[in-house]
Design a protein around this ligand. Structure first.
Ligand code: PLP
Ligand code: ZN
Length: 376
């Protein structure tokens, strides 16, 4: 039987318990042994649910799905070099957060939960609100007052109650924690079921590469919701004997908000306080990531690295990809900017994969600013 375990004190909880953190305050992880049957997987519809025996839902009737996932793995050019990019901007709500929301909100339904709260700089809120709409679960989404209107409008259209919090992203996190005292917290940072949705990114890459793991994956690291999911997914494939190696994880932060890169470089065993500055890559500007040390340890364990990118590089990467017909949001271009830098001087034999995390259509006002800036 799967169970939840505290990463701090080791206490265990049943997966039937609607908990999102340990009574000691520690982070919970899900202990779960997935099963992979390549023949069965290959015969199923092209969605992330084709890995059904690897997803921690007890009863199929609780699955809330739009048929999402199995996004295309497509070649694009970055800095003149070719690289495979997984097009996760094509999810129903416009970002890879749908992977996490699909599993987490299905689990909430399985637990009989009627109302959830979540906080987000935008896309996680959109994803949770979309799945709650389909699951007929009430939800409140807390966002910083500065969140793009393209995202807040989407959240409200799905029927969620939007709570705009003045101040920083960290102020929003504090506000939702008060609401989480009395509601189920469908948190993409705390709730372990979210990561058992984002792990399907790794499964899909593995299948699309002909059932093999790449050498390197280049992934964003704010709260690390995709990065830690990919780490879990590739680790599960390795443990199941489905792959022979663990890909090297290269984590990406904005140089204006890079506490984890600092912890990595200075070999710290805690996430240092930083003086966060504004950045085009607002979606990964997380000063106090709750799973920060898990992210740093995952990168260390795989022999990976941290790269930090400037807003100038983010803008250049966004334009380079737009000119190839890929319309992604600025935060998403932080990862591709780092991937471009990573590829310089790497042998062509190194199989690297990165991701488009979010769709450009939610960021019109930022795109207009960039266009204006470039016309001057
Ligand atoms: C959520 C998100 C990321 C990654 O953020 P994490 O905080 O590391 O989970 C990257 N790009 C976009 C567009 C996102 O929505
Ligand atoms: Zn504990």
């Amino acid at each position: 039987m799967p169970y939840l375990v505290c990463s701090k004190c080791g206490d265990k909880y049943s997966v039937k318990d609607p908990v999102w953190k340990c009574f000691c305050g520690g982070l919970l992880d899900l202990e779960f042994t997935p099963v992979f049957d390549r023949q069965a997987i290959a015969a199923r519809p092209h969605s992330m649910w084709r890995y059904r025996e690897a997803l921690p839902l007890e009863d199929d009737r609780n699955i809330i799905t739009f048929g999402e996932g199995y996004t295309p793995l497509t070649t694009f050019k970055l800095g003149g070099r070719e690289i495979l990019i997984k097009q996760d901007q094509l999810f129903p709500s416009g970002s890879y957060k749908d992977r996490g929301a699909a599993v987490l909100i299905s689990k909430a339904k399985e637990l009989g939960i009627k109302e959830v709260v979540e906080d987000s700089s935008g896309n996680a809120g959109c994803a949770v609100a979309a799945w709650c709409a389909r699951a007929e679960i009430a939800c409140q989404i807390f966002c910083p007052a500065s969140t793009s209107p393209g995202k807040t409008a989407q959240i409200e259209m799905y029927g969620a109650q939007l709570v705009l919090v003045p101040g920083s992203r960290e102020d929003t996190s504090r506000a939702v924690l008060a609401a989480a005292e009395t509601h189920y917290y469908a948190s993409h940072a705390w709730n372990p079921f979210f990561f058992h949705g984002t792990k399907t990114w790794a499964y899909e890459v593995w299948e699309q590469l002909g059932w093999q793991a790449p050498d390197t994956v280049i992934l964003p690291a704010g709260n690390g919701t995709l990065l830690l999911g990919a780490y879990i997914g590739f680790k599960e494939l390795l443990a199941a004997g489905e792959t022979q190696k663990m890909p090297k994880i290269v984590a990406v932060q904005s140089e204006n908000s890079a506490p984890l890169a600092k912890a990595f470089r200075e070999d710290l065993d805690y996430v240092p306080a930083i003086d966060k500055k504004d950045t085009l890559a607002e979606g990964i500007a997380i000063a106090e990531p709750v799973r920060g040390m898990q992210i740093v340890q995952a990168v260390r364990e795989t022999g990976g690295d941290f790269l930090t990118v400037s807003d100038t590089e983010v803008e250049a990467s966004l334009v380079e990809l737009s000119r190839q017909g890929a319309y992604i949001e600025p935060t998403s271009a932080a990862t591709t900017a780092a991937a471009a830098r990573y590829l310089v001087n790497k042998p062509p034999s190194e199989l690297a994969v990165t991701v488009f995390t979010g769709h450009g259509l939610k960021s019109t006002e930022k795109m207009l600013k960039i266009l204006e800036h470039r016309r001057r």
